[in-house]
Every structure is written in C-alpha cells, then in structure tokens.
Design a protein around this ligand. Structure first.
Ligand SMILES: C[S@@+](CC[C@H](N)C(=O)[O-])C[C@H]1O[C@@H](n2cnc3c(N)ncnc32)[C@H](O)[C@@H]1O
Length: 236
C-alpha cells in the first residue's frame, strides 16, 4: 500500500490523491481583496454566524477555531458584524501560508492565524475552543471522518460545518476528484455524513440548514452542488 492509498471500512485499498488546495498560492493582494469582498454576503456563512449570535449556550465572549480559514473570509465577516466582533476570540488555521500571510496583514488583536495541515498534523497539544468551524473546506478533503475527529480533539461546544457536499466513504463508489477545484464530491454521501454526525452527537441538538443548490449544467463533473450548514451542539 502506498502513501496515497487507503482502506475504507475494511474494503480493498482505493486510490486517494493527496489534497493540495493551491489556488491561494498564486493570488496577489488585489485578488484576495476581491475574493473576500465578493463573499461578504454569502448566505451560508452569514447563516452560520447568525446561529452563533443566537446560541444562548455560548458565553458573552467565546473562542472560535476556523479550520481552513484561507485568506480570512470568516474573520472579515466577524469583524464586520457589530455583535460578533466584540464576542469572538478568533483563531484561523490553514495549510496555505500565502493565504495566512494576507489574513495576518489585515487583522489585529483578537485574531490569530496558525499554519497547520489538519489531516497531516491534527491540532496542537492543548488546543481547546468553544466553537470549531469548517467553511467550504471538507469538500476539499478526501475523508471527512479523520478531519472531524481531529477537530473534535478541541472539545468544542459547537461544531459548524458549511459545505457543498462531502466525499463518500464507500469503497463501491467512485471517489470523484476534480484536479482544478481540488475537490472530492458525492452529494449522496450527505446521508452517511449525517449518520456519522448523529452517532457522534447522540441525543444532542443538530440543525441542518439547506440552501439552494448551485446549478451549472455545463459542468458535467458536478452539475448540481447542494449546499448545507450543519450546526451541532456537542455540550453546554
Ligand atoms: C475553498 S477554501 C475556503 C476558505 C475559507 N474557509 C472560506 O470560506 O473562504 C478551502 C481552504 O481549506 C484549506 N485546507 C484544505 N485542506 C486543508 C488541510 N488538510 N488542513 C488545513 N487547511 C486545509 C485550503 O488551504 C483553503 O484555504
């Protein structure tokens, strides 16, 4: 078995390509500025942030880890939110140093950015956060279970996953990898993904918000991308 193979659910080894989301490596500050500005009104991200504001279980101030933070989209949205701005102590983590460099230049006290690959390194020892978030990240990962298990090491009260599908864990399914988008996607994998979360959460509350799918009939690789926000309360 090579480094790029893995055995899923005890089945035969299947080829899994390593994820290197390199889009941000080539972007200059102007391109990052536009990237952030264009997404400030993103409904999924705004909904997830609104759910944090309205969550009575979180204290007056709380810590949040944003895994796969990129150039700091969520940090920018928190800073633009009059309520959240004063409540969140934010840490962004990403494997891409160029995106982090841009984010660090734009955010001051109360915003920290850490370079780390979740799948290869996990979280650091002693990492502990009230909220752990993934925004448009797990669809770029070949397996969600190791990613979520690593994130749960932070023992968050709330786990937020905002995604446009996830990779299937079934050996009988083809693992669909799109080189340019560095994405793995199988919309039907939402069923097993939800079951996995439900098993981890037990009787605790889990809210799933559906958004209109992104439809692009021209894209024969992935013509429909159903978007969802999973908001999971793990403990008080
Ligand atoms: C589509 S971008 C999303 C960026 C940001 N969360 C947002 O919503 O704008 C995906 C991000 O996930 C990061 N990423 C992918 N795999 C990762 C890993 N294994 N560990 C840490 N970050 C990862 C990429 O570097 C990239 O910044």
């Amino acid at each position: 078995m090579t480094d790029h193979q893995t055995t899923i659910q005890g089945g035969p080894a299947v080829e899994v390509q390593p994820v290197r989301y390199n889009t941000f490596s080539k972007m200059d500050d102007g391109a990052f500025d536009s990237f952030i500005t264009d997404r400030m009104g993103n409904a999924n991200k705004l909904t997830a942030l609104r759910m944090l504001v309205e969550d009575g279980g979180l204290g007056e101030t709380f810590t949040a880890l944003d895994i796969g933070c990129g150039p700091g989209q969520i940090a920018a949205m928190i800073e633009a939110d009059m309520v959240l701005k004063g409540r969140v102590r934010y840490t962004g983590m990403d494997q891409n140093e160029r995106a982090l460099e841009y984010a660090r230049e734009r955010h001051g006290a109360g915003y920290e950015f850490v370079q780390r690959d979740l799948l290869e390194e996990g979280l650091w020892e002693g990492a502990s956060f009230d909220v752990v978030m993934f925004h448009d990240v797990i669809e770029h990962m070949p397996h969600y279970k190791p990613a979520l298990e690593a994130a749960l090491e932070a023992r968050p009260r709330v786990l937020v996953i905002n995604t446009q599908t996830v990779c299937s864990e079934r050996t009988e399914d083809e693992i669909r990898y799109h080189e340019k988008a560095a994405c793995y996607m199988n919309y039907y994998a939402y069923c097993e993904f939800t079951a996995f979360l439900r098993e981890r959460v037990g009787e605790r509350a889990m809210t799933v918000v559906d958004f209109p799918p992104i439809v692009n009939a021209e894209n024969d690789w992935y013509p429909v991308k159903p978007q969802k926000v999973f908001y999971v309360r793990l403990r008080d």
